[in-house]
Design a protein. Sequence first.
Lengths: 338, 301, 279
Amino acid sequence: MNAKTTLILAVLGVLAVLSSVSLAQSGAAVLLNVSYDPTRELYQEYNEVFARHWEKETGQKVTVRQSHGGAGKQARAVMDGLEADVMTLALAYDIDEVSARAGLLPKEWQSRLPHNSCPYTSTIVFLVRKGNPKNIKDWDDLIRSDVSVITPNPKTSGGARWNYLAAWGYALQHNNNDEAKAKEFVTKLFKNVPVLDSGARGSTITFVQRSIGDVLLAWENEAFLFMEKVSKGEVEMVVPSMSILAEPPVTVVDKVAEKHGTVKLATAYLQHLYSEEAQDIVARYHYRPTLESVAKKYAQKFPQIPMLTIDSDFGGWQVAQKKHFADGGVFDDIYKPG
Amino acid sequence: MAQRTLRRKIERFLWRKPRAITEPLVVRWTAIAITFTFIGLFLVLPLAAIFTQALASGLTAYFRSLWDTDTLSAIRLTLITAAVAVPVNLVFGVAASWAIAKFEFLGKSVLTTLIDLPFAVSPVISGTIYVLFFGLHGYLGPWLKAHNIEIVFAVPGIVLATVFVTFPFVARELIPLMQAQGTEEEEAALTLGAGGWQTFARVTLPNIKWGLIYGVILCNARAMGEFGAVSVISGHIRGLTNTMPLHVEILYNEYNFVGAFAVASLLTVVAMITLVLKSFAEWKFKEESVQAAEEVEGLPQ
Amino acid sequence: MKLVLKQPSILPGFGLTLGFSLTYLSLVVLIPLAGLFARTATLSWERFWHTVTDARLLAAYRLSFGASLAAACLNLFFGLIVAWVLVRYRFPGRRLLDALIDLPFALPTAVAGIALTALYTDTGWVGRWLALLNIKVAFAPLGVVVALTFIGLPFVVRTLQPVLEDLDPEIEEAAASLGAWRRHTLRRVVLPELWPVMLTGFALAFARALGEYGSIVFISGNMPMKTEIVPLLMVMKLEQYEYAEATAIAVAMLLISFTLLLIINLLQWWSGQRHAAVR
């Protein structure tokens, strides 16, 4: 029978493919790094550098697997059983939740590595169209009625929460810490937002590919990367008078690493991020390095502006999350009807 | 079906022109024009958009972006997923439609509705239910962990979500067909002494062959293209748990538009091939019924 | 009357096939879905009710239902014409058009969303002409309708086609020979025959549209109170680690979809009965 032979062939083919998959998994030590969206390019290079470093130190080969996605979605996946040896996310809040809800790592995880477990930082800047036709210079300009602002949704995007908090912080400082005024400011700002994408990269594409909006709120590293990779000269970066220190933290997921027997490897993977070699990669991928010597080398690239921090100006993520982004928080009020 | 073709043949033989059962020329052409515009606007244009973007940097760039290790592993995973999900649903579809179409029993319409259910469940929900069930904090999670069985964020979870989404396709195609065919032929075979399996293989299977193929093709197309449900359950590990639709999203998010649309166009091509196969199946089906009709005609009165 | 669980038949395999079907159905569909309900049950009734009647969710229901309804209506109207043309007329390119109909089944919804967004923004191939007329499609409710129309088209056409092919031309001939005008024949004779199937196709497209997520998040713009759909709000609940609340929204959607499907099957059953009665 003709049909029978095809069927047998198909089954054999599937088996062959399946076995080749299982073969590919044997060999080197494997590490899974669960990260957020904009770190793809950075870790692609760093993983190779680290693999070389580790092999030189210990003679062991290592393969680092990457998983990228929205920070909240990634944290949930880890909670639900995605076996991440290390997490490198956009904000500490999501890792706090993994610790609190799933108990996969200790509560004081953030004090285990230098600089609040943030080997690199960034800040929030503006991207505007070529020549800055709307003359957008600072946060004040974003609430002008003729300006249309693109930012992702703070409810679904970690990066967007930094955007929001930077605006809030600016408004507080310029209104003698009057919260009502600050709320009015962010309300006006979000009234100027025509599209709320669910993630940071979605917003960038909306701004550039779809030509919507006059200004995009973006991470500094994303703005640099975008100008370098995609649009040469179509957009310009504007650095506001003040902004927020965006701190994307990294951590070992203890329970998983213990199970895999990769605690040492995973810790070394993160510690090596603070080395001069890695810090240079970090700076080349447009994150602000934390190591003094490298920071000095790239001082030209990263303008020094006053920056708020989440811990000293907003009382930490738990407080900020509850006040602004939880259901019934300030952000929800912005879109209350009437 | 057979009867109709037979009547048409007789009509043709008698030179009897069909009477005024069609619309005036103007109406006909307007309807055709509307059809072309509608399909053009809603189906052809998106298709064209995908291919223009994919080929924006030329053919070499197109093929280079397809020949990438991560892309290839995504293609492989998609094929594996379809290769498991389709046969499983095929067996289920045949069994369910045998029970539903050939027998009368209590609760039949409830069962039919339940089979349709995955159709109406939002893909995001269908992925989530498996995470809630098999995830670390799910009902079976701790047990699975204790026995070192990986389901969510691994290939089995992806397959499960795909099986769920494509669940009704084969059954939905077969049930009405088998219902229409009735049970007479099978009963005759059994009376003549054939066994149960024999009856199924020799009598039922040839009758439902093309319907079965149509169902499988639709099931396969949907299995390869599923995004929402798989996205929830995959864990997005590059080179390991990314299917083609997920890989499209990743490439798109990396500003690699050519790559993203190249993979998308590949999925489209696969879809088009299955659609052509489907048309072929239908055409073959019609051909066979015409032949059957001719055989009937040839019989001595 | 004695309750008949199963009518006798000489065909074998009833126990085997039904048993297998039920087991498989339970394992793959019913038990996991039951888990969803169990998770929702951890909420108090007030909390459940509060979650599923939140103002933003109500706005999302309105959009999801409104857009799905609009898309299903569009599909019903154009789908009827398309199916009629494909079955009744012969013209060059017919086969190609026919093969294209299934495309939305096969294309990943995210790809469809991206492609449609690219087409319908103010700079897109279609969007730039609509922009001249001041019609905004992408990032507006209209965009949701467009995407849902794309998703739902095959359901209507593919349900109508076989019925149209089986429609007995003799009745139309009879009507014509009795001197009926063509449009009267269509309205009085053909349309009533098609009603039940049209309803089925409509309901299928509608049910499918309600749950759609992948393509909508790209084209809708996700503005709270304006262009948020129900599945997106569920994802947002998950994003805030509120699993029980997320499942509550899922349960609400599921119940609605299930009711719809039940109505479809009742309609089919009803039209089948009527058909049998006519015969």
